[in-house]
Design a protein around this ligand. Structure first.
Ligand code: A5P
Length: 243
């Protein structure tokens, strides 16, 4: 069996819902073509009687959820979310992520921060050795002074390209612009994040570091594996021994 990209997205999305979503939970709904299958699966659970309260990471996901009869709440109506299931654009071997090619990085990061278990779903094409080697790093910026923000971003060693849609700058759900920052690779993500976050005009960056509780990866052979489980198995047997 060889699955195509769409089949892998559906497979991993449904697996994540089956594994992590329980009746009565508050659930964060991610954004993107993989998350869409997850929302559809949650819609099935709701039809089957599950009582779920869901907070969406984008207008697009909120609209889809409501159309399926899912109860959508404002993130501020709940004190935390039990689980959020979301996609990613790149995943490195230690589950560090780039997100935001779908333009929802700001709300995705706020929802992730309010979540107990952030579960990432992806197919194996998203795996990279070093972040930034395939995808650009999306950075959401204020419109005001954005050319100056771009200049400061490029001083971090990237080419920053204003994201466009239909010949106009792409506008996020929060009314901002996005610069897609193309690095050769991101050598030290934690250091880069700090440097980007102090640039005036930057609203949020697409590095999701130490955010994922688990990353589920679908493979073309029809299997799904947990990166968290694999990382635990790879640990040396004596790692917890205190001398
Ligand atoms: C949305 O802003 C993104 O962070 C998405 O989660 C990410 O782009 C993955 O999308 P796909 O599942 O469509 O690849």
């Amino acid at each position: 069996m060889t699955l195509d990209a769409t089949a892998m997205k559906k497979l991993v999305a449904e697996e994540a819902v089956n594994k992590y979503v329980k009746d009565g939970m508050c659930v964060g709904l991610g954004t993107g073509s993989t998350a869409k299958f997850m929302i559809e699966k949650i819609g099935e659970l709701v039809k089957n009687g599950y009582d779920l309260s869901c907070a969406a990471t984008s207008v697009q996901s909120e609209d889809l959820a409501r159309s399926l009869g899912i109860k959508v709440v404002d993130i501020d109506e709940v004190d935390h979310l039990d689980v959020t299931i979301d996609g990613a654009d790149e995943v490195d071997p230690t589950m560090q992520l780039i997100k935001g090619l779908g333009g929802a990085l700001l709300r995705e990061k706020i929802v992730a921060a309010a979540t107990v278990k952030e579960i990432i779903i992806a197919d194996e094409s998203k795996l990279v050795e070093k972040l930034g080697s395939k995808a650009p790093l999306p950075v959401e910026v204020l419109k005001f002074g954005h050319e100056h923000t771009k200049f400061a971003l490029e001083r971090q060693g990237c080419e920053a390209v204003l994201r466009m849609k239909d010949d106009e700058p792409f506008i996020t759900d929060s009314g901002n612009y996005i610069y897609d920052c193309r690095f050769k690779e991101i050598a030290v993500p934690f250091a880069l994040e700090m440097k980007i976050d102090v640039i005036p005009g930057v609203v949020e960056n697409g590095l999701f570091l130490n955010t994922a509780h688990d990353v589920l990866i679908a493979k073309t052979d029809g299997s799904v594996y947990s990166m968290a489980d694999a990382l635990i198995k790879e640990r040396p047997a004596d790692i917890n021994v205190i001398n």
